[in-house]
Design a protein around this ligand. Structure first.
Ligand code: HSE
Length: 430
Protein backbone atom coordinates (compact mmCIF):
# COMPACT_ATOMS: atom_id res chain seq x y z
CA UNK A 1 0.00 0.00 0.00
CA UNK A 2 1.16 3.51 -0.76
CA UNK A 3 2.70 5.38 2.22
CA UNK A 4 2.30 9.07 2.97
CA UNK A 5 4.86 10.59 5.31
CA UNK A 6 3.66 12.82 8.16
CA UNK A 7 5.87 15.15 10.20
CA UNK A 8 4.63 16.39 13.57
CA UNK A 9 5.85 19.71 14.95
CA UNK A 10 4.94 19.99 18.66
CA UNK A 11 4.61 16.94 20.90
CA UNK A 12 2.32 18.48 23.52
CA UNK A 13 -1.16 17.42 24.56
CA UNK A 14 -2.74 17.39 21.09
CA UNK A 15 0.47 16.15 19.42
CA UNK A 16 0.47 13.16 21.77
CA UNK A 17 -3.18 12.62 20.83
CA UNK A 18 -2.26 12.54 17.15
CA UNK A 19 0.48 9.95 17.79
CA UNK A 20 -1.94 7.85 19.87
CA UNK A 21 -4.80 8.24 17.35
CA UNK A 22 -2.66 7.25 14.36
CA UNK A 23 -1.46 4.20 16.27
CA UNK A 24 -4.95 3.19 17.42
CA UNK A 25 -6.78 3.66 14.13
CA UNK A 26 -3.94 3.51 11.59
CA UNK A 27 -5.23 0.36 9.87
CA UNK A 28 -8.77 1.70 9.66
CA UNK A 29 -7.56 5.00 8.22
CA UNK A 30 -5.29 3.22 5.70
CA UNK A 31 -8.28 1.23 4.50
CA UNK A 32 -10.32 4.41 4.10
CA UNK A 33 -7.60 6.48 2.42
CA UNK A 34 -6.09 3.66 0.35
CA UNK A 35 -2.74 4.82 1.65
CA UNK A 36 -0.97 4.42 4.99
CA UNK A 37 -0.18 7.55 7.03
CA UNK A 38 3.30 7.03 8.41
CA UNK A 39 4.69 9.29 11.10
CA UNK A 40 8.28 10.00 10.00
CA UNK A 41 9.36 12.74 12.39
CA UNK A 42 8.27 14.34 15.68
CA UNK A 43 9.92 17.64 16.59
CA UNK A 44 9.76 19.25 20.02
CA UNK A 45 12.17 21.14 22.25
CA UNK A 46 11.44 18.75 25.13
CA UNK A 47 12.25 15.18 24.19
CA UNK A 48 12.27 13.75 27.70
CA UNK A 49 8.81 14.45 29.15
CA UNK A 50 6.49 11.47 29.46
CA UNK A 51 3.38 12.21 27.36
CA UNK A 52 1.66 8.97 28.30
CA UNK A 53 2.10 7.73 24.74
CA UNK A 54 5.01 5.71 23.40
CA UNK A 55 6.70 7.27 20.39
CA UNK A 56 9.50 5.60 18.47
CA UNK A 57 12.62 7.35 19.90
CA UNK A 58 14.17 7.30 16.41
CA UNK A 59 11.47 9.76 15.26
CA UNK A 60 12.08 12.33 18.01
CA UNK A 61 14.16 15.38 17.15
CA UNK A 62 14.63 19.00 18.16
CA UNK A 63 15.20 19.91 14.50
CA UNK A 64 11.80 21.03 13.22
CA UNK A 65 13.33 22.56 10.10
CA UNK A 66 14.87 19.15 9.32
CA UNK A 67 11.41 17.55 9.53
CA UNK A 68 10.05 20.16 7.12
CA UNK A 69 12.94 19.55 4.69
CA UNK A 70 12.72 15.75 4.88
CA UNK A 71 11.71 14.56 1.36
CA UNK A 72 10.05 11.49 2.90
CA UNK A 73 7.60 13.75 4.70
CA UNK A 74 4.61 14.83 2.60
CA UNK A 75 2.43 16.60 5.20
CA UNK A 76 3.43 18.85 8.10
CA UNK A 77 1.24 18.92 11.22
CA UNK A 78 1.91 22.03 13.32
CA UNK A 79 0.74 21.69 16.92
CA UNK A 80 3.26 23.93 18.68
CA UNK A 81 0.76 26.73 19.24
CA UNK A 82 1.55 30.42 19.71
CA UNK A 83 2.28 32.77 16.87
CA UNK A 84 6.03 33.20 16.59
CA UNK A 85 7.88 29.88 16.26
CA UNK A 86 4.84 28.03 14.92
CA UNK A 87 4.33 30.80 12.37
CA UNK A 88 7.91 30.51 11.15
CA UNK A 89 7.57 26.75 10.64
CA UNK A 90 4.23 27.07 8.86
CA UNK A 91 5.75 29.69 6.54
CA UNK A 92 8.76 27.45 5.85
CA UNK A 93 6.51 24.51 5.06
CA UNK A 94 4.20 26.43 2.75
CA UNK A 95 7.12 28.14 1.03
CA UNK A 96 8.58 24.67 0.41
CA UNK A 97 5.23 23.72 -1.13
CA UNK A 98 4.51 21.26 1.68
CA UNK A 99 0.87 21.06 2.80
CA UNK A 100 0.14 21.98 6.40
CA UNK A 101 -2.39 20.94 9.01
CA UNK A 102 -2.62 23.20 12.04
CA UNK A 103 -4.89 23.77 15.02
CA UNK A 104 -3.31 27.18 15.59
CA UNK A 105 -6.34 29.46 15.74
CA UNK A 106 -4.37 32.33 17.28
CA UNK A 107 -1.91 32.42 14.39
CA UNK A 108 -4.54 32.04 11.67
CA UNK A 109 -6.80 34.67 13.20
CA UNK A 110 -4.07 37.18 14.01
CA UNK A 111 -2.00 36.70 10.84
CA UNK A 112 -4.60 35.19 8.51
CA UNK A 113 -3.93 37.52 5.64
CA UNK A 114 -0.27 36.51 5.49
CA UNK A 115 -0.63 32.79 6.19
CA UNK A 116 -3.66 32.16 3.96
CA UNK A 117 -2.04 34.36 1.30
CA UNK A 118 1.11 32.27 1.44
CA UNK A 119 -0.86 29.03 1.03
CA UNK A 120 -2.70 30.58 -1.94
CA UNK A 121 0.50 31.75 -3.64
CA UNK A 122 2.27 28.45 -2.94
CA UNK A 123 -0.80 26.63 -4.31
CA UNK A 124 -0.61 24.35 -1.30
CA UNK A 125 -3.18 22.85 1.07
CA UNK A 126 -3.67 24.42 4.48
CA UNK A 127 -6.21 22.69 6.72
CA UNK A 128 -7.25 23.85 10.19
CA UNK A 129 -10.28 21.92 11.43
CA UNK A 130 -8.79 21.42 14.90
CA UNK A 131 -8.60 25.16 15.41
CA UNK A 132 -12.35 25.66 15.90
CA UNK A 133 -14.74 23.63 18.03
CA UNK A 134 -12.31 20.83 19.00
CA UNK A 135 -13.62 17.66 17.45
CA UNK A 136 -16.65 19.22 15.70
CA UNK A 137 -16.24 19.24 11.90
CA UNK A 138 -17.75 22.71 11.63
CA UNK A 139 -15.15 24.09 9.22
CA UNK A 140 -15.81 21.18 6.89
CA UNK A 141 -19.55 21.76 7.30
CA UNK A 142 -19.25 25.41 6.25
CA UNK A 143 -16.67 24.88 3.49
CA UNK A 144 -18.28 21.79 2.01
CA UNK A 145 -21.63 20.73 3.41
CA UNK A 146 -23.09 24.25 3.27
CA UNK A 147 -21.15 25.42 0.21
CA UNK A 148 -24.35 26.10 -1.73
CA UNK A 149 -25.60 28.49 0.96
CA UNK A 150 -25.21 32.13 1.71
CA UNK A 151 -24.39 32.06 5.44
CA UNK A 152 -26.76 34.34 7.33
CA UNK A 153 -25.71 33.79 10.95
CA UNK A 154 -23.41 31.72 13.12
CA UNK A 155 -23.93 31.48 16.87
CA UNK A 156 -21.70 29.31 18.97
CA UNK A 157 -20.17 28.19 22.21
CA UNK A 158 -16.58 27.96 21.02
CA UNK A 159 -14.45 27.73 24.14
CA UNK A 160 -14.47 24.49 26.13
CA UNK A 161 -12.64 26.00 29.09
CA UNK A 162 -15.14 28.83 29.59
CA UNK A 163 -18.10 26.52 29.14
CA UNK A 164 -16.56 24.13 31.66
CA UNK A 165 -16.01 26.96 34.17
CA UNK A 166 -19.55 28.34 33.75
CA UNK A 167 -21.00 24.83 34.13
CA UNK A 168 -19.05 24.17 37.35
CA UNK A 169 -20.03 27.58 38.74
CA UNK A 170 -23.66 26.88 37.86
CA UNK A 171 -24.01 23.25 38.93
CA UNK A 172 -21.66 23.03 41.90
CA UNK A 173 -21.39 26.64 42.97
CA UNK A 174 -17.64 26.30 42.35
CA UNK A 175 -15.61 29.52 42.57
CA UNK A 176 -14.24 30.80 39.24
CA UNK A 177 -10.55 30.16 40.11
CA UNK A 178 -11.12 26.56 41.23
CA UNK A 179 -13.13 25.82 38.08
CA UNK A 180 -10.34 27.27 35.91
CA UNK A 181 -7.69 25.15 37.69
CA UNK A 182 -9.83 22.09 37.11
CA UNK A 183 -10.12 22.92 33.37
CA UNK A 184 -6.34 23.38 33.20
CA UNK A 185 -5.72 20.04 34.90
CA UNK A 186 -7.91 18.35 32.26
CA UNK A 187 -5.82 19.83 29.43
CA UNK A 188 -8.59 22.09 28.09
CA UNK A 189 -7.08 25.52 28.73
CA UNK A 190 -4.55 27.40 26.62
CA UNK A 191 -0.96 27.65 27.90
CA UNK A 192 -1.97 31.23 28.70
CA UNK A 193 -5.50 30.74 30.16
CA UNK A 194 -6.34 34.45 29.96
CA UNK A 195 -6.81 33.75 26.23
CA UNK A 196 -9.72 31.51 27.25
CA UNK A 197 -11.35 33.47 30.07
CA UNK A 198 -10.98 36.92 28.49
CA UNK A 199 -12.67 35.76 25.31
CA UNK A 200 -9.80 36.12 22.86
CA UNK A 201 -9.61 32.41 22.05
CA UNK A 202 -13.33 32.45 21.23
CA UNK A 203 -12.74 35.54 19.10
CA UNK A 204 -9.91 33.80 17.22
CA UNK A 205 -12.34 31.01 16.36
CA UNK A 206 -15.11 33.48 15.58
CA UNK A 207 -13.05 35.40 13.02
CA UNK A 208 -12.07 32.13 11.35
CA UNK A 209 -15.74 31.17 11.06
CA UNK A 210 -16.53 34.71 9.90
CA UNK A 211 -13.82 34.40 7.24
CA UNK A 212 -15.27 31.11 6.04
CA UNK A 213 -18.77 32.57 6.06
CA UNK A 214 -17.84 35.51 3.85
CA UNK A 215 -15.12 33.74 1.89
CA UNK A 216 -12.28 36.07 2.69
CA UNK A 217 -10.05 36.89 5.66
CA UNK A 218 -11.78 38.82 8.47
CA UNK A 219 -9.30 40.66 10.72
CA UNK A 220 -9.28 40.33 14.52
CA UNK A 221 -10.03 44.05 14.75
CA UNK A 222 -13.53 43.23 13.48
CA UNK A 223 -14.41 41.42 16.70
CA UNK A 224 -15.88 42.94 19.86
CA UNK A 225 -14.61 40.82 22.74
CA UNK A 226 -15.68 40.40 26.36
CA UNK A 227 -14.75 37.43 28.57
CA UNK A 228 -16.28 35.75 31.61
CA UNK A 229 -14.18 37.07 34.50
CA UNK A 230 -16.87 39.47 35.72
CA UNK A 231 -19.59 36.80 35.96
CA UNK A 232 -20.54 36.14 39.60
CA UNK A 233 -22.49 33.40 41.35
CA UNK A 234 -25.14 36.05 41.92
CA UNK A 235 -25.51 36.58 38.14
CA UNK A 236 -25.76 32.84 37.53
CA UNK A 237 -28.52 32.48 40.18
CA UNK A 238 -30.39 35.55 38.94
CA UNK A 239 -30.24 34.24 35.37
CA UNK A 240 -31.75 30.91 36.44
CA UNK A 241 -34.56 32.72 38.26
CA UNK A 242 -35.59 34.26 34.95
CA UNK A 243 -35.08 30.92 33.16
CA UNK A 244 -31.82 31.73 31.43
CA UNK A 245 -28.27 30.42 31.58
CA UNK A 246 -25.12 32.46 31.05
CA UNK A 247 -22.94 31.21 28.20
CA UNK A 248 -19.94 32.75 26.46
CA UNK A 249 -21.28 33.06 22.91
CA UNK A 250 -19.76 34.08 19.62
CA UNK A 251 -22.13 35.69 17.19
CA UNK A 252 -21.37 36.29 13.53
CA UNK A 253 -23.82 37.97 11.20
CA UNK A 254 -22.59 38.46 7.65
CA UNK A 255 -24.73 40.86 5.66
CA UNK A 256 -24.21 42.34 2.18
CA UNK A 257 -21.57 44.95 2.91
CA UNK A 258 -21.49 44.75 6.69
CA UNK A 259 -20.65 42.12 9.26
CA UNK A 260 -21.05 41.76 12.98
CA UNK A 261 -18.56 39.65 14.93
CA UNK A 262 -18.93 39.62 18.69
CA UNK A 263 -17.98 37.51 21.68
CA UNK A 264 -19.49 38.06 25.11
CA UNK A 265 -21.29 36.39 28.01
CA UNK A 266 -24.92 36.03 26.97
CA UNK A 267 -28.19 35.18 28.70
CA UNK A 268 -29.52 32.21 26.77
CA UNK A 269 -33.13 31.02 27.39
CA UNK A 270 -33.24 27.63 29.15
CA UNK A 271 -35.49 26.43 26.34
CA UNK A 272 -32.75 27.01 23.72
CA UNK A 273 -30.44 24.20 22.61
CA UNK A 274 -27.35 26.21 23.50
CA UNK A 275 -28.44 26.41 27.16
CA UNK A 276 -28.12 22.61 27.33
CA UNK A 277 -24.50 22.57 26.17
CA UNK A 278 -22.49 21.82 29.30
CA UNK A 279 -18.93 21.17 30.45
CA UNK A 280 -16.23 21.13 27.77
CA UNK A 281 -18.75 20.74 24.97
CA UNK A 282 -19.07 23.29 22.17
CA UNK A 283 -21.99 23.85 19.84
CA UNK A 284 -22.29 25.93 16.71
CA UNK A 285 -25.54 26.93 15.02
CA UNK A 286 -25.12 27.90 11.39
CA UNK A 287 -27.97 29.40 9.42
CA UNK A 288 -27.78 29.21 5.65
CA UNK A 289 -30.24 30.74 3.21
CA UNK A 290 -31.02 27.33 1.72
CA UNK A 291 -30.42 25.05 4.70
CA UNK A 292 -32.08 27.12 7.42
CA UNK A 293 -30.71 26.43 10.92
CA UNK A 294 -28.15 23.65 11.32
CA UNK A 295 -26.46 22.63 14.57
CA UNK A 296 -23.07 21.03 15.30
CA UNK A 297 -22.16 19.71 18.74
CA UNK A 298 -19.22 17.92 20.31
CA UNK A 299 -16.23 18.04 22.60
CA UNK A 300 -14.65 21.48 22.24
CA UNK A 301 -11.22 20.77 23.72
CA UNK A 302 -9.06 17.95 25.03
CA UNK A 303 -6.50 15.56 23.63
CA UNK A 304 -8.26 12.82 21.71
CA UNK A 305 -11.27 14.79 20.38
CA UNK A 306 -9.03 17.53 18.98
CA UNK A 307 -6.51 14.99 17.65
CA UNK A 308 -9.40 13.34 15.77
CA UNK A 309 -10.07 16.62 13.93
CA UNK A 310 -6.36 17.09 13.17
CA UNK A 311 -6.03 13.56 11.78
CA UNK A 312 -9.15 14.12 9.65
CA UNK A 313 -7.36 17.07 8.03
CA UNK A 314 -4.30 14.89 7.39
CA UNK A 315 -6.64 12.39 5.73
CA UNK A 316 -8.13 15.11 3.52
CA UNK A 317 -4.69 16.11 2.31
CA UNK A 318 -3.62 12.48 1.94
CA UNK A 319 -6.69 11.87 -0.23
CA UNK A 320 -5.70 14.86 -2.37
CA UNK A 321 -2.21 13.39 -2.73
CA UNK A 322 -3.64 9.99 -3.69
CA UNK A 323 -5.92 11.66 -6.23
CA UNK A 324 -3.03 13.76 -7.57
CA UNK A 325 -4.66 17.09 -6.77
CA UNK A 326 -4.37 19.91 -4.25
CA UNK A 327 -6.45 22.82 -3.01
CA UNK A 328 -9.57 20.92 -4.10
CA UNK A 329 -11.27 22.73 -1.22
CA UNK A 330 -9.32 26.01 -1.03
CA UNK A 331 -8.59 27.62 2.33
CA UNK A 332 -9.80 31.14 3.03
CA UNK A 333 -9.21 33.62 0.24
CA UNK A 334 -7.28 36.83 0.88
CA UNK A 335 -8.92 38.93 -1.80
CA UNK A 336 -10.04 42.22 -0.27
CA UNK A 337 -13.72 42.60 0.57
CA UNK A 338 -15.76 45.73 0.44
CA UNK A 339 -17.08 45.24 3.95
CA UNK A 340 -17.42 47.20 7.16
CA UNK A 341 -17.68 45.72 10.63
CA UNK A 342 -20.44 46.84 12.95
CA UNK A 343 -19.15 47.98 16.36
CA UNK A 344 -21.03 46.55 19.30
CA UNK A 345 -21.79 50.06 20.62
CA UNK A 346 -24.03 50.49 17.58
CA UNK A 347 -26.03 47.31 18.16
CA UNK A 348 -29.42 47.03 19.85
CA UNK A 349 -29.87 44.52 22.64
CA UNK A 350 -31.82 43.69 25.77
CA UNK A 351 -29.79 43.70 28.95
CA UNK A 352 -29.60 42.35 32.48
CA UNK A 353 -28.05 45.06 34.66
CA UNK A 354 -26.69 44.43 38.17
CA UNK A 355 -26.23 47.56 40.28
CA UNK A 356 -24.43 46.86 43.58
CA UNK A 357 -26.19 49.07 46.15
CA UNK A 358 -24.84 50.80 49.23
CA UNK A 359 -27.28 51.29 52.10
CA UNK A 360 -30.15 53.69 51.51
CA UNK A 361 -33.83 53.81 50.81
CA UNK A 362 -35.72 53.55 47.54
CA UNK A 363 -32.56 52.77 45.62
CA UNK A 364 -34.17 50.38 43.15
CA UNK A 365 -36.56 53.20 42.22
CA UNK A 366 -33.60 55.54 41.80
CA UNK A 367 -32.02 53.04 39.41
CA UNK A 368 -35.22 52.84 37.39
CA UNK A 369 -35.54 56.65 37.28
CA UNK A 370 -31.96 57.24 36.16
CA UNK A 371 -32.12 54.60 33.42
CA UNK A 372 -35.44 55.94 32.15
CA UNK A 373 -34.15 59.54 32.21
CA UNK A 374 -31.18 58.49 30.05
CA UNK A 375 -33.38 56.83 27.43
CA UNK A 376 -33.07 53.22 28.61
CA UNK A 377 -36.48 51.50 28.51
CA UNK A 378 -36.78 49.41 31.68
CA UNK A 379 -38.90 46.25 31.84
CA UNK A 380 -38.32 45.59 35.55
CA UNK A 381 -36.14 46.53 38.51
CA UNK A 382 -35.89 44.43 41.64
CA UNK A 383 -33.84 44.80 44.79
CA UNK A 384 -32.13 41.51 45.70
CA UNK A 385 -29.80 40.23 48.41
CA UNK A 386 -26.73 38.60 46.87
CA UNK A 387 -27.17 35.55 49.13
CA UNK A 388 -25.61 34.88 52.55
CA UNK A 389 -24.28 38.05 54.06
CA UNK A 390 -23.81 39.64 50.64
CA UNK A 391 -24.81 43.26 50.07
CA UNK A 392 -27.93 44.00 48.07
CA UNK A 393 -28.08 44.77 44.36
CA UNK A 394 -30.71 46.20 42.09
CA UNK A 395 -31.34 43.92 39.12
CA UNK A 396 -32.79 45.73 36.13
CA UNK A 397 -33.97 44.09 32.92
CA UNK A 398 -34.16 46.45 29.96
CA UNK A 399 -36.14 46.44 26.78
CA UNK A 400 -34.19 46.72 23.52
CA UNK A 401 -31.84 49.70 23.56
CA UNK A 402 -28.71 50.82 21.70
CA UNK A 403 -25.59 49.71 23.56
CA UNK A 404 -23.99 53.15 23.62
CA UNK A 405 -27.13 54.62 25.19
CA UNK A 406 -27.01 51.95 27.90
CA UNK A 407 -23.25 52.42 28.46
CA UNK A 408 -23.67 56.15 29.01
CA UNK A 409 -26.44 55.54 31.56
CA UNK A 410 -24.41 52.87 33.36
CA UNK A 411 -21.37 55.15 33.57
CA UNK A 412 -23.58 57.69 35.34
CA UNK A 413 -25.04 55.06 37.63
CA UNK A 414 -21.59 53.78 38.61
CA UNK A 415 -20.62 57.30 39.71
CA UNK A 416 -23.52 57.64 42.20
CA UNK A 417 -22.46 57.49 45.87
CA UNK A 418 -25.24 54.96 46.59
CA UNK A 419 -23.70 52.52 44.14
CA UNK A 420 -20.91 50.62 45.95
CA UNK A 421 -19.16 48.91 42.99
CA UNK A 422 -19.10 49.13 39.18
CA UNK A 423 -22.35 48.21 37.50
CA UNK A 424 -22.34 44.94 35.52
CA UNK A 425 -24.43 44.15 32.46
CA UNK A 426 -25.03 41.02 30.41
CA UNK A 427 -26.73 40.95 27.01
CA UNK A 428 -29.66 38.69 26.25
CA UNK A 429 -29.34 36.48 23.19
CA UNK A 430 -30.95 38.22 20.25
N1 HSE B 1 -8.48 26.35 25.18
C1 HSE B 1 -9.34 25.95 24.12
C2 HSE B 1 -10.73 25.73 24.68
C3 HSE B 1 -8.80 24.70 23.49
O1 HSE B 1 -10.85 25.58 25.90
O2 HSE B 1 -11.69 25.71 23.93
C4 HSE B 1 -9.52 24.26 22.25
O3 HSE B 1 -9.44 25.21 21.23
Amino acid sequence: MREIGVGLLGFGTIGAGVVAGLRKNGDLIAERVKARLVLRGIADIDLDRDRGVAADPALLTRDAAGVIRDPAIDIIVELIGGARIAGDFIRQSLEAGKPVVTANKALLAEQGEEIFGLAERANTDLYFEGSVGGTIPVIKAIREGLVANRIEAITGILNGTCNYILTRMDRQGMPFDAALQDAQARGYAEAEPSLDVDGRDTAHKAVLLASLACGSVVPMSAASIEGIRAITQEDIRNALEIEHRIKLLAFIAPRDREMEVRVHPTLVPLSSLLASVHDVFNAVQVKGDLSGETLYYGCGAGRDPTAGAVIADVVDIARNIVAGCHRRVPAVSVKPRDMTFLRIEETDNRYYVRVPLASGRNLAQKVRALLAARGVPVASVERKRGGGAAEPSAIAITETVKEKTLNAALAELSARDWVRAPVARIRFQT
